[in-house]
Design a protein around this ligand. Structure first.
Ligand code: HDD
Length: 702
């Protein structure tokens, strides 16, 4: 590559025109393994620091094609963010089928035991903008693209098995109500405002979903620790054309975990990228997140006998009534190379189904099938978005769709229509008949009407079932969440209308929320059904009820003071590793702490930047001073205080002075989730306690 040698000239600041900046000596030039910097047209660029100008201090020349192209491209870097689910993060992986499901479906993903299918998954919040924080109280999107042998299958679900509305025609209203209020542009990423609760309170069908949304499901600890649901009833179709109904469930192998609300609020400040960082770091560390896919399969007879309409997306089928059958395992094992190219450009569409999977007549699903194709055009700008690598099927693609903006494929052949009488490449592809995607045959009758089926009318019975299925701690959290959210509504009538709906769910729930709002209990709102049913509790609906005893995949925050016992620190490090968990060392300064044996222990974080909300459990190991020096740091005192008030398991090694400084010395007395660390055995006991649920009965209130 020929570079033009320039004579250094003095600039007004005394710098030579060739001086590039402070990092000059680190700035490599092309050569060896370092590729040449080029324009998008491939022309090697001689100098990327200075634009072409007439005279040292003269105007920039239009002739500078490298500058023009660079700025042109930059000016157009942004594309519209998703109208919902704008903030998300994703990864690649593989789905492995446990056993053939050929009796149920001809979908190739389920063809044989051990069959592997590549996947891409994107998790998201719903309401917030692309730059919003991860721990909003919100539903989480859980969208999976299976690159099957017979086309992409997109299972575009959420971490909650029901939805706010029953008919897609209400989706724009729902989304408008939860987004920032248009006359003021706030609040961001929150349902805690007037317009959302105005809408929800006027739409009793959303009551069931708001209970889930007010539960800890809406503040998950990690994408790796939440369930996913296809929500709608779909259909499996086997090779003989026989169809069954199916609901899809993802269950995380690490078990389900959530944070508490006060923690969520603080995490959003301390690390707005908490969830994406967690997913990225775990995959990079080789600790691959996994979910088991399960199905609830049923026939018409079951559907007819079920007390709710299986087409109603505000209802679920309790697992106790119809167990979830595990059918495969998904492992996310590769982070993306480029966030924009993959996570931003991935286009999920509910209508992407391969042979063997079909839709039900759920009116929400039917509407979604229109919407997702549509939105990709305004987001990605071309009908050829299917050619973007993350969207491109991994199986052969052949059709007569031609041209359009950003066509990447040099499609061969003479005939671009069919039928045609050409053969070979010139004739192009041909339809495959019965082995292709054949919709399930279904007799349909009825008048053309805008109508909501009577069978969708019960909006409260399953909400009541959800409520009674929660543990007392979970119920406390739900009440507190309603009180918080409705408390953010400035219009009292909205608060009252929502509480009036809750009276149809459970009197105790409504009374507690009303008390929290200092509101006179309003009359119950009129229900559309004569009887709101008392259905038996479904323990599967409780997160705490099915908590998995493990610390795997979670994180310990270990605060280490100067003079700490090196052997004890090592024992904790080893125990955490053995538990397949991770740990960060936190010291007063990020340079680390000097241990009792004189060695220096580098820190991952300085205490001021690592509040305990970032960790699942915490430990403090002080020196001979009992952590007195640590106790002088306000951030260290907050660290311990917050951990205690978030019900966390706490390990203490020579930390009496620190505990006293934090004002916790009396509070921790008799607390079996605060453990002393002094030798290897006690470290084991501490890790065992970390694997158990938080200390929910710590007497500190919600
Ligand atoms: Fe939707 C995105 C999940 C109802 C219209 N939706 C989107 C994403 C998820 C869901 C996970 C993000 C996909 C990604 O990561 O790119 N949506 C759901 C679930 C629903 C649901 C589980 C109910 C059961 N959605 C729904 C309705 C409509 C839409 C009723 C419209 C009629 N959804 C969209 C959309 C989005 C979308 C506007 C925005 C970006 C995109 O599609 O690609 O078309």
């Amino acid at each position: 590559m020929a570079t033009q040698k320039k004579t250094p000239k003095q600039s007004p600041t005394g710098q030579s025109a060739e001086v590039r900046g402070a990092g000059d000596e680190l700035h490599q030039r092309a050569g060896g393994d370092v590729p040449a910097l080029t324009t998008a047209q491939g022309a090697p660029i001689a100098d990327d620091q200075n634009s072409l100008r007439a005279g040292d201090r003269g105007p920039t020349l239009l002739e500078d094609f490298a500058l023009r192209e660079k700025i042109f491209h930059f000016d157009h870097e942004r594309i519209p963010e998703r109208i919902v689910h704008a903030r998300g993060y994703g990864a690649h992986g593989v789905f492995e089928c446990y056993e053939p499901l050929t009796d149920l479906t001809k979908a190739s993903v389920f063809a044989e035991a051990g069959k592997q299918t590549e996947v891409f998954v994107r998790f998201s919040t719903v309401a917030g903008n692309l730059g919003s924080f991860d721990l909003a109280r919100d539903v989480r999107g859980f969208a999976t693209k299976f690159y099957t042998d017979e086309g992409n299958w997109d299972l575009v679900g959420n971490n909650i098995p029901v939805f706010f509305i029953q008919d897609a025609v209400k989706f724009p209203d729902l989304v408008h109500s939860v987004k920032e209020e248009p006359d003021r542009g706030f609040p961001q990423a929150q349902s805690a405002h007037d317009t959302f609760w105005d809408f929800a309170s006027l739409m009793p069908e959303s009551t069931h979903m708001t209970l889930w949304q007010m539960s800890d499901r809406a503040i998950p600890r990690s994408f790796r620790m939440m369930q996913g649901f296809g929500v709608h009833t779909f259909r499996f179709v086997n090779a003989a054309g026989k169809s069954s109904f199916v609901k899809f469930h993802w269950t995380p192998v690490l078990g389900m975990q959530s944070v508490v609300w006060n923690e969520a609020v603080k995490i959003n400040g301390a690390d707005p990228d908490f969830h994406r960082r967690d997913l990225f770091e775990s995959i990079e560390a080789g600790s691959f997140p996994q979910w088991e896919l399960g199905v609830q399969v049923f026939d018409d007879a079951f559907a007819d006998s079920f007390e709710f309409d299986i087409l109603d997306p505000t209802k679920l089928i309790p697992e106790e009534l119809l167990p979830v059958r595990p059918v495969g395992l998904m492992t996310l094992n590769r982070t993306v190379t480029n966030v924009f190219a993959e996570i931003e450009q991935v286009a999920f569409m509910t209508q992407n189904v391969p042979p063997g999977i079909d839709f039900s007549n759920d009116p929400l699903l039917q509407g979604r099938n229109f919407s997702y194709l549509d939105t990709q055009l305004s987001r990605l700008g071309s009908t050829n978005f299917t050619q973007i690598p993350v969207n491109a099927p991994r199986c052969p693609v052949a059709h007569f769709q031609r041209d359009g903006h950003m066509q990447m494929s040099t499609q061969p052949g003479r005939a671009t229509y069919e039928p045609n009488s050409f053969t070979g490449v010139d004739g192009g592809p041909r339809e495959v008949g019965e082995s292709g995607h054949v919709p399930v045959e279904e007799e349909l009758t009825g008048a053309k009407r805008r109508i909501r089926s009577e069978s969708f009318a019960d909006h409260y019975s399953q909400a009541r079932q959800f409520w009674i299925s929660q543990t007392p701690v979970e119920q406390d959290h739900i009440v507190a969440a309603y009180v918080f959210e409705l408390g953010k509504c400035q219009i009292e009538a909205i608060r009252a209308r929502m509480v009036a709906n809750l009276r149809n769910v459970d009197e105790q729930l409504a009374t507690r929320v009303a008390e929290g709002l200092a509101l006179d209990l309003p009359d119950a709102s009129p229900a559309k059904v004569a009887t709101i049913m008392d259905i038996e509790a479904s323990p599967a609906l409780s997160l705490l009820g099915r908590a998995k005893e493990t610390f795997e995949g979670r994180k310990l925050g270990l605060v280490v003071g100067d003079g700490a016992d090196a052997a004890l620190v090592k024992a904790v490090q080893k125990a955490v590793k053995d538990a397949k968990a991770s740990m960060e060392i936190i010291a007063v300064a990020v340079g680390g702490a000097t241990l009792a044996d004189g060695s220096k222990l580098p820190a991952d974080q300085a205490i001021a930047g690592a509040p305990s909300v970032l960790y699942d459990a915490v430990a403090v190991i002080g020196g001979e001073d009992g952590g007195a020096a640590l106790g002088k740091e306000p951030a260290a005192r907050n660290f311990l205080n917050d951990a205690f008030h978030h019900y966390k398991v706490i390990g203490l090694g020579s930390a009496d002075a620190m505990v006293k400084a934090a004002g916790l010395d009396q509070k921790i007395e008799g607390d079996d989730a605060v453990l002393q660390l002094d030798k290897a055995a006690s470290v084991q006991a501490f890790l065992q306690r970390c694997a158990k649920p938080r200390k929910w009965d710590r007497p500190i209130g919600v």
